[in-house]
Design a protein around this ligand. Structure first.
Ligand SMILES: Cc1cc2nc3c(=O)[nH]c(=O)nc-3n(C[C@H](O)[C@H](O)[C@H](O)COP(=O)(O)O)c2cc1C
Length: 170
């Protein structure tokens, strides 16, 4: 599969089969995060792989009861380990860096036939407690991972005309 196909065909998956994710596939997905770019190549991140069923359920509860998170055989929790680093443009580096790594993982997962859904609606304090994450570390995203049990949903996107301008902001 080429990158264009993965970008155009991927969609969020909110229903998963119980089938486990093979270790070699998981490793390839995590490798996509490891190889992704980061500000000044700092790589200030940590990715937690959760397979334990009880922990997955607790993470789903911490995500305001989005139960499909607990149904996925793997939940990835992506953290920024140095959240104080602010780039010259004013944006926190960890949010941008970890988000890029997550995007790479999501596309890699799709190529391998696996579904994901970016979860931003979670209670960070609760999530940190469940996983023993240190106080100073920030949780950027929670990503359930598994084989989809439903066909892909339709994509709704603004047209390029609506989101594009040339030479200056209009
Ligand atoms: C930053 C971010 C946070 C999101 N949070 C959630 C979430 O908490 N729960 C959920 O079901 N989907 C969540 N999504 C998925 C979006 O709803 C989804 O990507 C969007 O509707 C476009 O659909 P698609 O991914 O199928 O193309 C999130 C996506 C992003 C990028």
């Amino acid at each position: 599969m080429d990158v264009s196909t993965a970008i155009s065909q991927r969609s969020s998956v909110r229903a998963y089969k119980a089938t486990d994710v093979e270790e070699d596939k998981l490793k390839k997905i995590l490798e996509a995060a490891r190889l992704s770019p980061s500000a000044s190549n700092r790589q200030d991140w940590k990715f937690i792989v959760v397979r334990n069923k009880e922990t997955r359920k607790r993470l789903a509860n911490a995500a305001f009861g989005q139960s499909f998170i607990g149904e996925a055989p793997v939940v990835l929790v992506a953290c920024g380990t140095e959240p104080k680093a602010i780039m010259a443009c004013g944006q926190p580096a960890h949010t941008v860096d970890v988000s890029i790594a997550c995007a790479f993982m999501i596309l890699q997962a799709y190529e391998l036939g696996l579904g994901t859904c970016w979860i931003g609606a979670f209670n960070e304090d609760e999530t940190k407690k469940i996983l023993n994450i240190p106080e100073h570390v920030r949780v950027v995203a929670v990503i359930p991972l598994g084989y989809p049990s439903q066909p892909p949903s339709q994509k709704f996107r603004k047209s390029l005309n609506e989101i594009l301008c040339y030479e200056k902001y209009e």
